[in-house]
Design a protein around this ligand. Sequence first.
Ligand code: ZN
Ligand code: FE
Length: 271
Amino acid sequence: MDLPLACALQERSAALHVSCLPAFQDNYLWVLHDHTHAVVVDPGDARPVEHFLDQQGLQLAAVLVTHHHADHTGGIEVLSRRGTIPVYGPEREPIPQLTHTLHAGDEVALAQPQLLLQILHLPGHTLGHLGYLVPGPIPWIFCGDTLFGCGCGRLFEGTPAQMLDSLQQLRRLPPSTLVYCAHEYTLANIRFALEVEPDNQALQQRAQDCTALRQAGQATIPSTIALECATNPFLRCTQPTVVHTIQTRCLETRHDELSLFTAMRAWKNRF
Ligand code: ZN
Ligand code: FE
C-alpha cells in the first residue's frame, strides 16, 4: 500500500540529505542523496561530483539543470558516462544532453532516492530557467541563478518584468522554505543591500552572521524565504525606505514595483 503523501514527504526529510559541493570561484553544486542514490543539481564541473559520489559510494540517479550556462552544465557530458542517467532541464535552451524537458507545473517523482520535484518556470536570468521545489514540512527550492542570498541574478535574456514575476513566485513559497541558489554571492550582495537599507536590523544581523560564516570557511547558503523577504532588497522594492532610496539614488520618480525593481537592478549592475 502506498504511504499517504504527507507521510512519504515526512520520510523524505528524514532520509534525504543535501550536500554542498563548491566549484569554480563561487559556484555551489547541490547533491541530494539517501546514502545510496544521488541527484545532482547544475553540475558545471564533473570533478567534484565524481569525487563525492566515489568517496560516499553513491550511485548517480539523475541530473537536474536550472539553465544552460556552462557553469551549470559543463559536467553533464562526463557524468552521463556513468550509466543511463536521466538529465532534466528546460526546453528551448541549448543543452544537448537533456533527456527530459520540463515545464511549469510538472512534477517529477523519483524512486531512488525517493523524491518529489515540482517544477517552477523562473525566467529572467535566462528565458527557460527552472526552479526545482521539493515539498515537505520544510520545503527546499533549488533556484539556480534567479534568487541569490540577498540578491538576484543578472538579466541576460529576460526582461525585468519576467525576473520580478519569478521572484514573486519564490516570495510566495512558505517562509520556512530553504533556498539553495547556485552561487556564493551573499556578502557582495549584502554590501549593496546595506546601501539600499542601511537601517534594516535584520540585514545588519545577516551581515554579521554571513561574515562569520565566510570567515569560518562555511557557505551562507541555504537561506530561507523568510530571511530573503526580510533582507533581500529585490524582494523589498515597495518598502517605504527602499522606495525612498531608489527615488533618491536612481532618480526614479515612478513607484510601481516593476519600475522600482528595474531601477534597482540597473543600479546593482553599476555598483
Ligand atoms: Zn547563469
Ligand atoms: Fe551561474
